[in-house]
Design a binder for this molecule. Structure first.
Ligand code: ZN
Length: 640
């Protein structure tokens, strides 16, 4: 860490005008208000990182099929119905009308259309494939017609404003601002990643409507309204402000600062118990964004305190949190190993927040978390057989993942899933003026345009700890290559440059720094030792999960007791994930006799199996949790 800090100090003085920021296109002049914060490191634009073949790329490709299979008309149907726009059958409906949380009687309808606009934008940026842009263009065009037909000061929604009125009046309603946030965010992503000016125009009009709507709201109404879930709409309004320079949107961002939940964090109080996790997390992302724009203020330290509190006291070994969507008592993991843990949206939002905080500090703890949650939760959220995604990641021994259906679920986690699987390239590499940081080991190719340098990363990680980098450069280029030596590793990492061993004095949790004039064809090979280790719950040292490197291993428990449609959700019951009966058969083993033994003696690799192990005494087969699908599993064991 020490080395990195000294490098960073030098770099702050050298930061060049026009460096990319957290959001794509900032360097292309898409933001009128430039960020005042000079971050420690910058993201690369998604289009500069191409995934090579791996589980991540395969997930992304399955997601593409799903994204393309849902017709634009289907996604516009509820909006058009709300506006009384006759849509005819132009272009035809692909399949039946979408249902679940997108049904015409669901108060959240429209959220998927927003997520899909984001998903298509991210997918277009990640692949350059025009199909994603063409599809998004037609959705944006359809939304413009709806906004015009509604003719309500710029309001745009798949439900009438009545839902917003109910929210302002403190009457029961699901989460109308949450839904509007997804639409707004999708439109902004269309502008940033696909240069769709019409999308920005629609978003700006929505902002103008929101300003007019909320300006007269009293302090009492505001505090009542903000008790309801509103997603990360504050972040979208801050972005809209930075893009347009219109201070009304900044006012809106600040309007959504909820004193009740955020002020105690300022004082360092953990008040998370019983709070709805996914309502809470994005409030902090908005604060972080405000901090970037302003370059000052307390928002970032509140966000950092929140992040530490969630990670240290409210999370499972997978990087997920919550039980039935709510934070539990600090450090009470072992009391919450239920079938309803780990909402996927929470992880999606924690990863978003993590990226902001990492860019501000370059602190490796953020990257360690990012890897943990990405590999153990997000990668495994998708069923590789069907491309469907899970809402929860259950920790109940003997439970299994419960997957959505293609057109009848559309839960929040299906929506955020459309984004999750499209942006695997966003956190692999970071940079500042002279340094390149390799944070994640995912087969990929980076193009660093300002340096006229390409870096190809080839790896089978996490099947083994070996990674090979190949430099492509038309002429020699100076670059400080920082390769993350992950905290989960142990002493003994090896590094070779062009076949020659380089001595490694680093310890895990630091960056290995290679400062050279890089030539075309230079090769760097690194190997990080991976070992088996235990991670106990905070409240019970004898209740622990088994990991290999950063990968959570789970015991495979078969499919006994599955009753159709298990492991899929019942398409007739849109919320069955919440009361799902796992029919866990009696006698699922939950204890391991490994206490006192050397872990590598008690758990042995299975010959020929990728990341497959067996406990010597019980004969239980362990595999990565991300890879266990359509089958029961056990993550946390009683260690005896
Ligand atoms: Zn969700």
């Amino acid at each position: 860490m020490k080395i990195v800090l000294s490098v960073l100090t030098a770099v702050v003085l050298m930061v060049h005008a026009g460096a990319q920021s957290h959001y794509p296109g900032q360097h292309e002049g898409k933001f009128i208000v430039k960020d005042k914060l000079i971050p420690a490191v910058y993201s690369f634009d998604l289009q500069d990182v191409k995934l090579l073949d791996s589980r991540f790329k395969q997930n992304m490709e399955r997601e593409q099929q799903w994204l393309l299979s849902i017709g634009a008309n289907n996604l516009l149907h509820s909006f058009r119905t709300n506006a009384g726009v006759y849509s005819g059958n132009e272009g035809g409906y692909s399949g039946k009308k979408i249902a679940g949380w997108e049904s015409l009687d669901c108060e959240l309808r429209g959220h998927t259309t927003g997520h899909i606009l984001s998903g298509l934008a991210l997918m277009y940026a990640s692949t350059g494939d025009e199909r994603f842009k063409t599809k998004a263009d037609s959705i944006v065009k359809g939304l413009a017609v709806v906004q015009q037909a509604l003719n309500q000061d710029g309001y745009l929604g798949a439900f009438p404003q009545e839902l917003i009125n109910r929210n302002i009046a403190g009457q029961p309603v699901w989460a109308p601002w949450y839904t509007l946030h997804k639409i707004l965010s999708g439109l902004i992503d269309q502008y940033l990643y696909c240069d769709n000016r019409q999308a920005l125009d629609i978003a700006s009009k929505m902002g103008a409507w929101a300003y007019k709507k909320l300006r007269p709201v009293t302090a009492e109404q505001r505090s009542q309204m903000l008790r309801n879930e509103f997603g990360g709409i504050n972040e979208s309004f801050y972005n809209l402000y930075a893009i347009t320079g219109n201070a009304d949107y900044k006012w809106l961002g600040e309007f959504f600062y909820q004193n009740e939940t955020l002020d105690p964090l300022k004082e360092g109080k953990d008040i998370l118990e019983k709070k709805h996790a996914n309502t809470y997390i994005p409030k902090l992302t908005g604060l972080s964004r405000d901090y970037e724009i302003e370059g000052k203020g307390g928002g970032d330290s509140i966000a950092a305190f929140f992040w530490n509190t969630v990670i240290d006291h409210h999370s499972f070994v997978t990087g997920s949190n919550s039980d039935k969507e709510h934070f539990f008592k600090p450090d009470d993991q072992s009391g919450h190993l239920t079938g309803y843990t780990g909402e996927s949206c929470n992880v999606y939002n924690m990863l978003k927040l993590t990226r902001h905080l990492y860019e501000h500090t370059a602190s490796m703890k953020y990257t360690d978390y990012y890897e943990k949650a990405l590999f153990n939760h997000i990668l495994g959220q998708q069923d590789p057989a069907t491309g469907m995604v899970a809402y929860f990641l259950p920790m109940l021994p003997g439970a299994h993942k419960v997957y959505s259906t293609p057109d009848s679920s559309f839960w929040c986690c299906v929506g955020s899933g459309f984004e999750n699987q499209a942006k695997y390239g966003e956190a692999i590499y970071y940079h500042n003026a002279g340094d390149l940081f390799v944070n994640l080991f995912i087969a990929s190719e980076l193009s660093w345009k300002e340096k006229a340098i390409k870096l190809k990363q080839e790896t089978n990680f996490p099947e083994d700890g070996g990674i090979k980098f190949t430099v492509e450069a038309a002429k020699p280029a100076g670059m400080i290559l920082n390769i993350r030596y992950p905290s989960w590793s142990v002493a003994g990492a090896t590094v070779k440059v062009n076949g020659k061993k380089v001595s490694v004095k680093n310890t895990p949790g630091t960056y290995i720094v290679l400062n050279r004039n890089w030539k075309n064809g230079d090769i760097v090979e690194v190997n990080f030792p991976m070992t088996l280790h235990l991670a106990a719950t905070n409240d019970n040292i004898n209740k622990a999960a088994i990991l290999y490197g950063p990968i959570v291993l789970a015991g495979e428990m078969g499919t006994t007791g599955f009753i159709a449609p298990q492991p899929y959700s019942n398409p007739q019951l849109h919320n069955d994930y919440y009361t799902y009966d796992y029919h866990v058969p009696a006698g699922i083993p939950t204890s391991l006799l490994i206490s006192g033994a050397k872990l590598s003696d008690a758990i042995k690799p299975v010959a020929g199996g990728k990341l497959t192990f067996k406990t010597v005494k019980e004969g239980i087969q362990l595999r990565p949790l991300y890879d266990i699908h359509r089958e029961r599993y056990v993550v946390y064991w009683d260690i005896k």
